[in-house]
Design a protein around this ligand. Structure first.
Ligand SMILES: [Zn+2]
Length: 251
């Protein structure tokens, strides 16, 4: 790191748990953020401000007026623009040191596998089950830690699946596909703006901890936020031995 970087990141470097070594790990890191909406906005902004070297931002949507109530990566001037380009512009203003790779499409198949393989940590900030399951599969195949968030109405959820180890449950263990879970999307449902901020920022915190290898990650637990009463609940998660993605008989 140069003198400017040492200064810019001095409040991290002052933390004994992070120091120069941890900050260097952030600078060297490549993080995949799927979704540049309510969760992806604060997550990407904190990761960029914190100095993560390369941020791959994925979203196939354009900025809409209804997004601005919570998707703080985007401004009124950006309405109509692809979210990833609007996001890239905001992140560049925040920290020109960070390289932002904008991908204005829905990642799937080989392209998703390649991006996951290239990433150190993956953040699922998406809003649909199909994408969530695809990301989970790719992270399991490439053994990448997955930090997953969700926000709807006044409720939030935060998960870390550290798929580097065999013992970790995965997203599919909790939400098996084919059970026709009702698709609840904030595209049509209400969402209290700061809930996305709280959960997205927590996703960034967990991602940075994983990159620096510090503290205890949320892996193995889920954190549920009832924002209307401001109550957090932590619940232990266990691996489903019959899981079609990470179980013993999974191909
Ligand atoms: Zn599983």
């Amino acid at each position: 790191m140069n003198d400017d970087q040492l200064l810019r990141y001095s409040r991290h470097i002052l933390l004994p748990e992070i120091g120069v070594e941890g900050q260097q790990a952030f600078v060297d890191a490549r993080v995949l953020v799927v979704g540049a909406g309510g969760l992806g906005s604060p997550a990407a902004m904190y990761l960029a401000a914190a100095g993560v070297g390369t941020l791959v931002l994925v979203d196939d949507d354009d900025v809409d007026l209804t997004n601005l109530q919570r998707q703080i990566l985007h401004t009124a001037e950006a309405v109509g623009q692809p979210k990833v380009l609007s996001g890239q512009a905001t992140l560049r203003r925040l920290n020109p040191e960070v390289q932002v790779v904008p991908l204005a499409r829905r990642l799937s198949g080989e392209a998703l596998l390649e991006e996951v393989a290239a990433a150190d940590v993956v953040l699922d900030c998406s809003d649909n089950f199909e994408t969530r399951h695809a990301i989970n599969r790719a992270c399991h195949i490439h053994r990448k830690p997955l930090v997953s968030g969700a926000a709807i109405r006044f409720d939030g959820q935060l998960y870390v699946f550290d798929l580097r180890g065999d013992e970790s449950p995965c997203y599919h263990c909790l939400f098996p596909e084919g059970e026709d879970v009702e698709q609840v999307r904030c595209a049509v449902m209400g969402v209290f703006a700061p809930i996305t901020g709280i959960i997205g920022a927590a996703q960034a915190a967990e991602a940075l901890k994983l990159l620096a290898g510090i503290g205890t990650s949320l892996a193995g637990r889920v954190l549920l936020l009832d924002g209307l009463n401001m109550e957090w609940r932590g619940i232990g998660l266990s691996k489903d031995p019959a899981c079609a993605v990470c179980g013993q008989s999974a191909g």
